[in-house]
Design a protein around this ligand. Sequence first.
Ligand SMILES: [Zn+2]
Length: 266
Amino acid sequence: MHPACVALKGGGFKLCRFPARAYVIEVGRDLWVWDTGYASHFHSHTARGVYRLYPAVTPVHFKNDEALILQLAEHGIGREDIRGIVVSHFHGDHIAGLRDFPGVEVYASQPGWDYYKLLKGLRAVRKGFVPGLIPEDFESRLGFVEEWEYGALPAELAPFEEGWALPHSKGEVFVVSLPGHARGHLGVFIRTAAGWILLAADAAWAPENYTELRQPAWISRLIMDDAKHMFQTLQKLHELHKRGKVKIQLAHEGGIPSTSVTESAL
Ligand SMILES: [Zn+2]
């Protein structure tokens, strides 16, 4: 939960739901997981010390049976079926489930990891990072998207021009940099049967941030990595939205009462 104004300037102080989404990307014979959402580990690692500030500022409503690993099991997917996890960025609501996937390879942005791995205590929590959520053997199974093939994107993804191809994804999945919200923040373009979709993670918190270029309120800048880059990314999403060839899906959209939030997002 957050006051809506954090996501949208002028949104008021009404508490709103911000669902923490995760995705499975099926491409060829591989299943990839994009982000992990919350997990019980979040509560245990934010119960003490300065880390209590995190749930105090963003109250988390999570029931243990909502864990991604259990949701996957309902679909007959075990962790041994997962080719890898790609994390969009290292904020707690995107990585809290990592400990539920022992032995699974994880991919992230190298500048992102280089930055967050050094943060501890108040400096970490101010940047939305909880070090205890990172498994002890994490670096031994961590790879970087920057090591994947980098090249030109299909023309219909303009104004985005270059990205990293997910291994063996045959031109159907490309990870791109969406800087500003967090260090090394990533999004992913996926060609689905219904057309291209961009999972834009936290590049925006509400569609109005990019459809109308309504900025998040100043308070959200406290956690933001770089406000200038964030706005440049919003302008790029705005352009992508106007061209109408790609559906944009944000990690947390759908919780703010608004006429422009579509039924499917709710
Ligand atoms: Zn975030």
